[in-house]
Write a protein that binds this ligand. Sequence first.
Ligand code: COA
Length: 265
Amino acid sequence: MSYQTLLADLENGIYTITINRPDKLNALNKQVFTDLDNAVNEISSNPQIKCAVITGAGPKAFVAGADITEFSGLNKDEAMALAKRGQDVFFKIENCKKPIVAAVNGFALGGGCELAMACHFRLCSENAKFGQPEVNLGLIPGYGGTQRLTQLVGKGKSMELQMTAHLIDANEALQLGLVNHVCTAESLLERTKDILNVIMSKAPIAIGKIIECVNVAVVSDSAYTNGKSGYDKEVEAFGDCFITEDMKEGTTAFLEKRKAEFKGR
Ligand code: COA
C-alpha cells in the first residue's frame, strides 16, 4: 500500500506510519486524512500487520495541527463536515482491534495532539510539546480533543489547557498521564517497538477485546457502545476469549510450565 502523505514500513508485524509533510510540520490536510483512513483499513485487513506506530517526519514535529490553510473560506456546514471527517478517522484509529501507538517526536499541537490521543497510548521524545492552541485562532478543538483530553488529564486541566492554549513539555505530559513514557529522540521508535513486541507475544484476540472494553469505559457516544455498559461489554468479551484456541493454549502452557504460542484464533 502506498500513500501520498505517509511513509509506511512493515517490519516484523509492526507497521510504522510516518506522516510526511515535514516542511509544513506534518500538518493534517485532507490528503493526510484520506491516507490515514486507508492506512487504518490496511492495518485492520492485512494479516501480516499485528500492530502500528504513528510518528512524524523530521526532528521538529509529530503533527503541528490541522492544516490551517484549508480553513479559509469555509462556511459553517463545511466546517462541521471537516470536524466530522477528522473525528471519524480518529474514531477508526481508536476502535481498531490492533494496537496503534503514537510515537510523538516533537510538536503535537491541535489536531496533532488529537491524533496522538486517538491512539491507544503514547510515548514521546524529550523535545515533545503538547497543546490545544485552537483558541488562538478563535476556534476549539474539533477532532475529539475536547473529549479525549478531558478523559486523559481530567476536567480542570483539560479546561485550562484549552482555554489558555498553553503548551506543555514532555515531563508535564508524563505527569498528567498524557504519555506513558518519555525517551530520547534517538530511542523513541525503538522503545515504542519494544513495547509492541511485548504486546505481540500475547493473544491477539484478547488484545482486541481489551481495546474494545477500555474504549467503552471512556467513549460516551452511544453509537460506539451500542447502549451497553463497559461491565456488560467486559462479560461478553471475557466469554468470547474463553472459546478461543489461544485461551486453551495460554492456560495449557501455564499448567505445562512452558511459554504459550498464540495464533490469533
Ligand atoms: N497548518 C499549516 N501550516 C503549518 C501549520 C499548520 N497547523 N503549522 C506549521 N505550518 C507551516 C508554517 O506555516 C511554515 O510554513 P512556511 O515555511 O511555508 O511558512 C512551516 O510549517 C514551518 O512552521 P513555522 O511556523 O515556520 O515553524 P516554527 O518553528 O517557527 O513554529 C510552531 C512552530 C508549531 C510553533 C508553529 O508552526 C505553529 O504555531 N503552528 C500552528 C500550531 C497550531 O495552531 N495548531 C492548531 C491548528 S488548529
